[in-house]
Design a protein around this ligand. Structure first.
Ligand code: ADP
Ligand code: ZN
Length: 210
């Protein structure tokens, strides 16, 4: 299965991606996580991306397209993958089509803006492995500690309220048109994001299985 997850920042794409990944035994490719890792390692690409990320703007298309091309050609992608956070613009979607990676479907998780703002304020991520948590909706077993690798949970810099508003605007302007793009290809599935992670998962899995 080659699946794209669409949705506003904080709609729960990453969380659902982790669950689907495990169930179908395919990797999740998160461009956000790849870029943050590059940033942490101080690579040239990471340095270039920093100002965009911190302001809540998109990293230039050519940079992310290059990242994705390299990543999807790795051997663990042979049986499928979940794309979390890519494509985010029409040119990125066109590049993906041009590369010949034949996507099965794009699943959009719909969450109202007001709810997004509320959710982002409680979001925490593992400093070490990038796994995401929430102080209310997805608590770790031990407060402040990652279930997977025992890394420390931190607030992402771009989760500050001001930046969140900009990311939402960027989403509506640049990413949301992808829904029409994939609908035109007959590949769009839509799910209403629920308050509880497991309720959204149930809707996601049933959408994928039909
Ligand atoms: P979220 O889904 O919560 O917005 P991500 O971790 O997917 O967070 O992305 C964080 C940031 O990384 C984005 O705001 C953007 O700056 C950058 N980024 C990630 N994926 C892309 C992409 N496909 N195109 C451009 N920028 C991206
Ligand atoms: Zn971790």
């Amino acid at each position: 299965m080659k699946l794209i997850l669409l949705g506003a920042p904080g709609a729960g794409k990453g969380t659902q991606a982790e669950i689907i990944s495990e169930k179908y035994n395919i990797p999740t490719i998160s461009t956000g996580n790849i870029i943050r890792a590059a940033l942490k390692n101080g690579t040239e690409m990471g340095l270039k991306a920093k100002s965009y990320i911190d302001a809540g703007n998109l990293v230039p298309d050519d940079v992310v397209i290059g990242i994705i091309k390299e990543r999807l050609n790795e051997s663990d992608c042979a049986n499928g993958y979940i794309l979390d956070g890519f494509p985010r613009t029409i040119p990125q979607a066109e590049a993906l089509d041009d590369m010949g990676f034949d996507i099965n479907c794009a699943l959009s998780i719909e969450v109202a803006d007001s709810e997004i703002v509320k959710r982002m304020s409680g979001r925490r991520v593992c400093e070490k492995c990038g796994a995401s948590y929430h102080t209310e909706y997805k608590k770790p077993a031990k407060e402040g500690v990652c279930n997977l690798c025992e890394g420390t949970l931190v607030i992402r810099k771009d989760d500050e309220p001001q930046t969140v508003m900009n990311r939402l605007n960027v989403y509506h302007e640049q990413t949301e048109p992808l829904k029409e793009y994939y609908a035109a290809q007959g590949k769009l599935l839509t799910v209403e994001g629920q308050d509880k992670v497991e309720d959204t998962t149930a809707l996601v899995l049933s959408a994928l299985e039909n």
